[in-house]
Design a protein around this ligand. Sequence first.
Ligand code: S3P
Length: 181
Amino acid sequence: MEQRKTEWQLKRPVFLIGFMGAGKSSVGRRLARKYGFTLIDADTYIEEKEGRTISSIFEQEGEDRFRDLESASLDELSSEPCIISTGGGVVKRSANRAFMKDRGFVVYLSVTADVAAERISDKSTRPLFNDLDSVRKLIAERTPLYESAADCIVNTVGLNVLQISNEVFRILREHNLVTRV
Ligand code: S3P
């Protein structure tokens, strides 16, 4: 007899935050495939809505305009419980940090500059991923912001996507944020 796949439902929106290369999109995809959660990638949503790439938005209208679109997207994307993989700079605005905490559960995937650089094959799609020294500085600047936004932290260094996803799922269960359907 064919066994029915166990599906899970989230009770609240779950925001994956962290620097570029932390694995937010890949981990989100894995969680969606394995547990049946709905996944929304905030950068992809913005690109589709705008009909242009993130790099073009930065080039044509600058980072502030991108940040406005990013802030607006948070509310639009989290009206239902789902996994939202955010862009690495979403924590720059304090209103975004407060919004995510209030609306859902925030998982911070942490990474070092060196590991992030190894993981990102196409850096041309990330206008803020430059040389390693500036990436190190940016991570150092943002770390307190990620930490203050987070409900929990998963250090992704030395872990693969499967291991990170398993750990995130374990945390979601521990916090009673999932239910079997
Ligand atoms: C950014 C990260 C990118 C994207 C944009 C800005 C940042 O998302 O939102 O290029 O400021 O760290 P990923 O973290 O998904 O690469």
